[in-house]
Write a protein that binds this ligand. Structure first.
Ligand SMILES: Nc1ncnc2c1ncn2[C@@H]1O[C@H](COP(=O)(O)OP(=O)(O)OP(=O)(O)O)[C@@H](O)[C@H]1O
Ligand SMILES: [Mg+2]
Length: 490
């Protein structure tokens, strides 16, 4: 694109050529003898060609070259008294000759200006933050599992919600229940609504090193400007750039595996974009509509098993129940049977009947489908006392209320129970009547807690908790009687 400075240069050069030619005509006209000299004519032609070039060079060296520098990725020269603007998103190193003629080098902030000093010539090497040509529309979200089964009700309701303008949707639930799989299916179905891209960011909320909001923002910026795009140093600038990149776009962000409100809230983008968040942890956010996922229905669980390993055949219902209808374990069992041809479904069902070894048997299909390892990720992050209470909860063979838990696990004000509920290690069913609801552990989570109690709590802790459990429930009818005046009141 021609710049204003270029236009001025062209006009000045044209005037210079005209003046030189006019001077030549006047000289030749005034001295007719000279017209006979071929030397003089040659000199005239030579002067009219070379002088404009000299004038051009002179002008280039004198003129400030700000326009050239903005947005360029190579180096540019600054000369005496010149100021070079450094645009937002550029970063550079300034090299100058000092008064003794030695080269000195200094890093340049990513926005500002450089002033050429009086006796030096400097070079600004720019490495731009963003590439001049942005990448094509990013489609980062992986395809959903080919054998995705069921969840039609959840899908229908969440899609309806989108139709009605929901922009922040949360999928919550225990490890392995299928949050990510469902989010991938939703993203695929909603694809046409987001012509400016679909981004997938694993926030690593359940691991040792969750992503910081700035790290997550940098991933989004790089999705649009390439993986080698340099980030500004301050978090505030990254956040500004993040908002600028998403402004006016219709992009879907899938924030997988989120840790907390603190991690997600800074990432909520401007109007036009939507966010799908998956998390084992329950947290609230302005505008967030959350969905708590249940295990698959018995019919869907059966269908999934048979789709992967038709040889399961008549054992499907029993096997689905032993897998507690959890997608991760259903898949583990089905893949094991599909790949281990000398293991009969009947034999495997028999092996799984032993509660003490069930989780281990279900983990045989491989690391990515190991429910025990999946639960362990949540367990490892629990504070010591909350982990102790979690282990003790394995003495409840069915659902229970907060009062029973407080007495049996010695958890004052069921503080730790609430913490476990927030982390999806415990489920909660609100009571239909006014009053408290009931808690329970998913079948396989209870087996996991029992395993931990066996390994870490020791026999004594388990015996004490079982003793308190027996005492609590043997006195319960009496307490009820004292409260209500009858032993059988509902
Ligand atoms: N409805 C489904 N149909 C078929 N496979 C499923 C379904 N839901 C989940 N899966 C499979 O079960 C496994 C666990 O699912 P997923 O990874 O989505 O669980 P998650 O809830 O996201 O777990 P985490 O908390 O560990 O991230 C995956 O292999 C996934 O492909
Ligand atoms: Mg997941």
């Amino acid at each position: 694109m021609p710049t204003k400075q270029n236009h001025i240069n062209i006009v000045v050069i044209t005037i210079a050529i005209i003046l030189l030619l006019a001077a030549l005509v006047i000289i030749l006209d005034s001295f007719p003898d000279l017209q006979q000299s071929t030397w003089i004519v040659a000199l005239g032609i030579f002067a009219s060609i070379t002088s404009p070039i000299a004038v051009y060079e002179f002008l280039i060296k004198r003129s400030p070259n700000q326009d050239e520098i903005k947005g360029k990725s190579d180096s540019s020269e600054i000369r005496n008294g010149q100021t070079l603007e450094i645009a937002a998103g550029q970063h550079g190193t300034v090299m100058q000759l000092d008064l003794r003629g030695q080269t000195v080098q200094g890093s340049q902030p990513n926005i500002g200006s450089v002033q050429g000093s009086q006796f030096s010539i400097g070079t600004v090497n720019f490495s731009p933050l963003t590439k001049p040509a942005p990448l094509a529309v990013p489609w980062q979200i992986p395809l959903p599992p080919k054998d995705f089964t069921g969840r039609s009700e959840d899908l229908g309701e969440i899609q309806d919600d989108f139709e009605q303008g929901a922009t922040i949707t949360g999928l919550r639930g225990m490890g392995g229940i299928g949050k990510t799989a469902l989010a991938l299916v939703l993203a695929q179905r909603l694809k046409d609504r987001f012509p400016d891209g679909q981004l997938f960011i694993n926030l690593k909320g359940i691991g040792e090193n969750p992503l910081t909001p700035a790290d997550a923002m940098a991933q989004v910026i790089r999705a649009y400007f390439g993986s080698d795009a340099r980030m500004p140093e301050s978090e505030a600038e990254i956040a500004g750039l993040y908002r600028s990149v998403l402004a006016g776009k219709r992009t879907l962000l899938l924030l997988d595996n989120a840790a907390s409100r603190e991690q997600v809230e800074p990432l909520l983008p401007s109007e036009g974009c939507s966010v799908l968040v998956t998390s084992r942890n329950k947290f609230a956010l302005p505008g967030l509509k959350s969905w708590d996922l249940d295990p698959l229905s018995p019919a869907d669980a059966r269908e999934l098993l048979l789709a992967i390993a038709p040889r399961i055949d008549s054992h499907a219902d029993k096997l689905a129940k032993l897998c507690a209808f959890l997608p991760i374990t259903l898949k583990a069992a089905a893949y094991l049977l599909a790949e281990t041809t000398d293991l009969t479904p009947a034999k495997y069902v028999e092996e799984l009947s032993d509660e003490r070894t069930r989780l281990m048997q279900l983990g045989r299909a491989g690391e990515d489908l190991d429910a025990e390892a999946c639960f362990m990720l949540s367990y490892r992050r629990l504070p010591t006392e909350t982990a102790r209470i979690f282990r003790l909860l394995s003495v409840f063979l069915s659902d229970f209320d907060a009062q029973a838990e407080e007495a049996i696990c010695q958890d004052e004000g069921h503080r730790h129970l609430s913490e476990l509920l927030r982390g999806s290690l415990v489920e909660y069913q609100r009571s239909s009547q006014e009053g408290e609801g009931r808690y329970h552990l998913h079948d396989l989570m209870r087996l996991f807690a029992a395993g931990r109690l066996e390994e870490e709590g020791g026999e004594a802790a388990r015996n004490d908790a079982q003793q308190r459990h027996a005492e609590y429930f043997s006195y319960l009818p009496l307490q009820s009687f004292m409260k209500r005046g009858t032993l059988w009141a509902g």
